[in-house]
Design a binder for this molecule. Sequence first.
Ligand code: BTN
Length: 248
Amino acid sequence: MKEPVHIDWLTEVDSTNAEVRRRLPELDDLSVIASLEQTAGRGQRGNTWDSSPGENLTFSLVLKPSDGGFPRANRQFSISRAVALGICDHLESRGINCRIKWPNDIYVKDRKVCGVLIENSLSGNEIVSSVIGIGLNVNQKDFPEHLPNPTSMSLCTGEEYSLEAELDGLLSRLLERLGSLANDGVPLAGEYAEKLYRLNVSSEFEDCLAGGRFHGIIRGADETGFLLVETAGGTLKKFGFKEISYVI
Ligand code: BTN
């Protein structure tokens, strides 16, 4: 397992992903920038990421291996998969049962405890670098009302955590899982599918392209990250990230 070379803890920054991208040329592989506060935290689908200052983990890990330890660009989903499993490993080591809400939100029951924003730089079919931004709700207990269904480690267990210790523990788990990327992360595919939120039960989805809602059963995810959903009549359909969202 590789070790992170350096963790840079900031008091405040706009977004750790943005800061890493600005400093990318000078940062080594496995560098981490963490911040107690983000003033413009970024989420998936152009959303913001809200996190109470000093209560949670907001950090970004840089991958830019020089030894070809990356999947090909058309298998970049394997980075998402390894990261989601690493976060689950860490939460489970703290006694928190969690699931992966495709593609890489981490849920405890029907509530979101962690979000991930991965930004890859590509050159042809090569991934040159990957910025893995993670927002893990750790000690926060009150959340703004506009957040649909947040939770935190502390709300799950009643304990208070040291942010430094949680970051160290989480990074160890992430690096163990990211070690599988050299062979396109294939060994993790089964485990990822098994941990999917609402696997094999009927769920309601929003069709983001055609509009409207439909019912289907999640049966897994394919190698390129498409969600496999069994729809009415038993047909298995593939959906990309921008094509579908859960109704919770
Ligand atoms: C999501 O679920 O929408 C993804 C949230 C990702 C938030 C993290 S916090 C650290 C890093 N910096 C950012 O600006 N975003 C990610």
